[in-house]
Design a protein around this ligand. Structure first.
Ligand code: AMP
Length: 558
């Protein structure tokens, strides 16, 4: 199949050919002919990296009326990064079309400037939900004549709590001819939105929904909790050309690890909720243009980030939620490239691997944490490759050769190589001279997964009611707290953990097991800091609701 065969405007074909697109991707092949009609509702279930942006971007440009200078299409997406990315791609696609303008509107930057730009008569508005609602309420954007609404990464938007906003937008576009919804997964909430606001949508699935990308190699390293940081360092050192994202559960971890690694000479920065928009832009800009090799981020801060060419995603810890794992690993292995997703785990987490494998239909490979020698060897060969591939054709090096030859007259070639290696590897060799084995030995994975499975069963006592016998570390050191927040509040386990730790300024090490239900959760926490957590959360507001937190066993009688 070719782009010509799909029936899109010749000017768009010229642009895509220039971008190097030869054949349409699967989602493009199935979406474009339907969307060109402009009147059929469409649901595309596809992961990011499958060419979704062109799948809706090309037909949008095809159906837009360039002569009419008002908003005709609305693309709603979860984050500012994605918003900018979409606009960037649409700009490339419309290179040979005149009279069509596209505008990104998103939170965290001047609304005044965006209002001014809207007045210039744009036809395609790409927006994040929050800012769009803001603009609607200020009457800065007129949705009366919107004919096409595209919801991109709909599941992420719902995960982020934008359901009401999405419905508001759909309700306020009365002249909508068609709605195009793209999502990686199909949770019931999206089904509900589609039933309520879409008419006989044509549904297309590319690959298997919820299936992890096949171009990703899922690997894990087993170590002890106290060796996690050292293992991370070793993984980075073992992959000298790495361009990767490291995920942590809390912003405190992201910050701590980033600071520690920076002090030790690594090229890394952190992305978390405390940064101002300006700081965030700076970090993202550096990472995108590869002047930063590593980015460490929390899930919330990294939402919607789409950077090409990521070689590795590293889970500093496994997330509790399989979906979070899928989102994280999906940052690599995109657009036909191979990617590696590494998880550092300790014995207690091993049972989660099976769960992820089952739901994601993928397989984990256990690797040995490289020894100090392995790291040095790898670094050495990497350096030698770099040395050999260094371009010497441009400089006037010949001029210096006689001088250099004279200077090195008494030094053998072997010696020169040794000296170069010593200069480059001194740090590594010294550091790794007596490096310890970080692997958790003698505990085969099978053994571990079974053991933790059993332990979980016995903890619950088979009641399955969330009231467990709290036994971590002997049990007596822990208090169980009740809180009236749950999954219905839009939390995943990872984001919930991050939330309570951020609020209380505590480290995750103080926590034991967390049980989340729809409306309530139970948190196991070290006795000594239980009151600190209660003080930090009880009585505070979350999305307009008063948080109630108390000792679960005394019912709040303190
Ligand atoms: P997306 O899923 O929209 O984020 O696209 C992933 C990447 O694939 C982007 O870098 C696109 O430029 C690229 N891409 C999209 N469609 C094609 C195509 N038909 N051929 C080659 N590359 C494509």
């Amino acid at each position: 199949m070719t782009f010509e065969g799909l029936g899109i405007d010749e000017r768009l074909i010229r642009a895509t050919t220039e971008l190097g697109y030869v054949n349409p991707t699967a989602i493009q092949e199935q979406a474009i002919p339907v969307l060109l009609s402009g009147t059929t509702d469409f649901i595309g279930l596809a992961q990011t990296g499958t060419g979704k942006t062109a799948a809706f971007g090309l037909p949008l440009l095809h159906v837009i009326d360039a002569a009419a200078k008002y908003p005709q299409a609305l693309v709603v997406c979860p984050t500012r990064e994605l918003c900018l990315q979409i606009v960037k791609e649409i700009e490339l696609f419309k290179k040979y079309m005149t009279g069509i303008s596209v505008l990104a509107v998103y939170g965290g930057s001047s609304i005044g400037l965006q209002i001014r730009d809207l007045k210039r008569g744009v036809q395609i508005v790409v927006a994040t939900p929050g800012r769009l609602i803001d603009l609607i309420e200020r009457k800065a954007i007129n949705l009366e004549q919107i004919k096409y609404v595209v919801l991109d990464e709909a599941d992420e938007m719902l995960n982020m709590g934008f359901q009401d906003d999405i419905e508001f937008i759909l309700k306020n576009t009365p002249q909508r001819d068609s709605t195009w919804l793209f999502s990686a997964t199909m949770p019931p909430e999206i089904r509900k939105v589609s039933k309520r606001y879409m008419k006989d949508p044509k549904e297309v699935t590319v690959g298997k929904v919820n299936m992890a990308n096949k171009s990703i190699d899922h690997q894990y390293y087993l170590t002890t909790a106290q060796h996690r940081y050292e293992t991370l360092k070793r993984i980075i050192d073992f992959n000298p050309g790495i361009y990767g994202i490291i995920f942590t559960r809390t912003k405190m971890d992201a910050q701590d690890i980033s600071e520690k690694l920076t002090r030790e000479g690594y090229d890394i920065d952190a992305l978390h909720g405390d940064l101002t928009q300006g700081q965030r832009d700076k970090v993202m800009g550096q990472f995108r243009d590869k002047s930063l090799q590593l980015l460490i981020a929390t899930d919330v801060a990294a939402r919607g980030i789409d950077v090409q060419g990521i070689t590795h995603v590293i889970n500093y810890e496994l997330p509790d939620d399989v979906e979070v794992y899928t989102h994280r690993s999906g940052r690599t292995g995109r657009a036909g490239n191979q990617g590696i997703c590494i998880s550092i785990i300790h014995a207690k987490e091993a049972y989660k691997l099976k769960q992820i494998e089952r739901i994601n239909n993928s397989q984990f490979h256990k690797l040995d944490i490289p020894s100090g020698k392995d790291v040095c060897r790898k670094q050495f060969f990497h350096f030698m490759d770099k040395l050999l591939s260094t371009d010497i054709s441009h400089g006037d090096y010949e001029t210096y050769v006689p001088m250099l030859s004279e200077r090195f007259a008494d030094v053998t070639k072997e010696d020169v190589l040794k000296r170069v290696a010593a200069m480059e590897f001194d740090r590594f060799l010294k550091y790794y001279e007596n490096a310890e084995d970080l692997n958790l030995r003698d505990k085969g994975r099978r053994d571990i997964t079974e053991r933790s499975g059993d332990r979980n069963k016995s903890r619950d006592g088979g009641r399955g009611d969330g009231r467990k016998e709290y036994s971590r570390g002997g049990g007596s050191g822990y208090t169980r707290l009740f809180v009236n927040l749950g999954t219905k509040d839009g939390f995943f386990k990872a984001s919930f953990l991050q939330f309570i730790l951020d609020m209380s300024d505590l480290k995750k090490e103080v926590l034991g097991r967390i049980d989340m239900k729809d409306m309530n959760s139970w948190i196991e926490i070290e006795k000594g800091v239980a009151q600190q957590m209660i003080r930090s959360l009880d009585g505070k507001n979350y999305k307009g609701r008063r948080i109630r937190m108390n000792d679960a066993d005394t019912g709040g009688r303190r």
